[in-house]
Write a protein that binds this ligand. Sequence first.
Ligand code: ATP
Length: 596
Amino acid sequence: MQFADLVADYERLEATSKRLEMREILVGLLRKVPPLELPALVYMMQGELRPEFEGVELGVADSLAARAVAQATGASEKAVSESLRSTGDLGSTTELLLPKRAGRLDTEPLRVEEVYAALERIARASGAGSQDLKIRILVELLARSSPAEAKYAVRFVLGKLRLGVREMTIVDALSFAFADGSKEARGQVEAAYNRSSDLGLVAEHVATGGVHGVEKIHIQVGRPIRPMLAERSPDLSDVLRRMDGRAALEYKYDGLRVQGHVPAEGPVQLFSRRLESISTQFPELVKELPKALRHRPAIVEGECVPVDPETDELRPFQEVSRRRGRKYDLERLQEEVPVRLFLFDVLLDHEGPTVDKPFPERRRALEALVHDSERVRLATQRIVDSEPEAEKFFDEAISAGCEGVMAKSLSEGSTYRAGARGFWWIKYKREYTHALADSIDGVVVGAFYGHGRRGGRYGALLLAVYDSDEDRFETFCKVGSGFDDATLEALPSKLKPFEVPEKPESVFTELKPDVWFRPAVVLEVRGAELTLSPIHRAGVGKIRPDAGLALRFPRFTGRWREDKDAENATTTAELISLYRSQVRQISAGGSSDEAT
Ligand code: ATP
């Protein structure tokens, strides 16, 4: 396929925010290429060269790319940076400057495979002289590109392709392109993606074997599985009722979720909740995990929590977040912030995948697999069948420094549901015991300039929750409290990469902040209560016509949810259920009228 054809579709995709239109464009595109070339195409739609969990990076900084653009276009570096100031995007600058260059070096049209190969070479270049090599490859690529092709090549190299195509839109398109597009077909394609986290692989299988083709995609060590997620519940009696009177309760540790992949031989890999590789950040776990397992291979899941080695007590979550994303000082941090991994599930053991077994069997397999060590333990669990027992266990969990309990279904259907949120797991946190709502993970979509002491800085951020049905971000509060001075100072530069000139199509609000952001950054807020609001749009019309939900007295907890991307933020549906449970609690307490 010619790169020009792909670029034409990129342009059409960029011009629309309508999901159906996107799907149509994608379906056409997917059908154009032979199955073997599909993986590369699918990764390229997402601005990647390989599935995200492999962490392949092109390693080209803005300044380096700008130099390449100057060389390829023949413009001076000054002209490039001046143009960049007005366009705000090096891709558009390249497109503008390129026609001024005399004659094409090569008249052969560029093929997608060639572009992919060039990008791969850029990614592979490392060590001494690699910067020059990266520039050279990029210049050669741009020299063969048309202005529109060059625009996208540059954006790609900088990791700023941003076509707005979400994973689930690609899943949808695959089920239409190579199957009948039915709910079942989509479900099977999605399930294969949830098991493999690799859309390229799924694309190749569905293109060659239809929906049955994806059945061949199995869980595999080294390929993260999209995590199973929990619903929440307002009280323990509701938890027990939903689980038919009997459930496994576990401590709900407050740390980082870790999926540990232990191959039969070779090094262990650790993945975060977002499926990024975090092995280098926890070298002691990489070393100790295989020693704590009686067999390998294995895929296990647990929560990584900071502990005080003197007292053996759990420490606050914030400490472990200091170790995320660090490249240096790892040895020192290992000593300063010692962690322990509490394992709560097993997805594969030496006998094969365990995901299709009910939870009690998986727990037995986990107990047979793990022997407690200094850094690796089993999550504390108790089977309960009465509310007093459940409450007692909850109190124990809180006094052990946990944030609550996780209830897990013991039913036949309690298999590991990759990528799904359901009532097989229910989280119940301490805050639910008060009328106060749980914390909410909001996506930053805008900022308002501050006044007075905060003049010249941001005074408040506009936050949204994610509506997965509508695929949009609906605002629910403006938050200005809870930021310390250093955080306030750093906010503009932290958010700068996500700034966009206009309200993104996917944002739904009546408010007009001074600055708009592409939904990407997630932070945790708490508030006094959820109320109905005429200006916020979260869940609008779901409770009362024309009213959305708003969080009263929101306050930043100090926790950036770097482990979540925008779609993993609190959802509109969760906000509505929090509102309803709050209404129930208030009315049970007799202190307020039911607001619905
Ligand atoms: P979610 O993961 O549901 O989107 P979240 O990231 O805000 O939300 P929580 O609301 O804190 O997380 O609850 C779920 C998380 O609790 C899990 O993803 C996992 O990281 C953590 N967790 C702690 N202990 C356990 C346990 N025993 N079993 C399962 N998960 C646990």
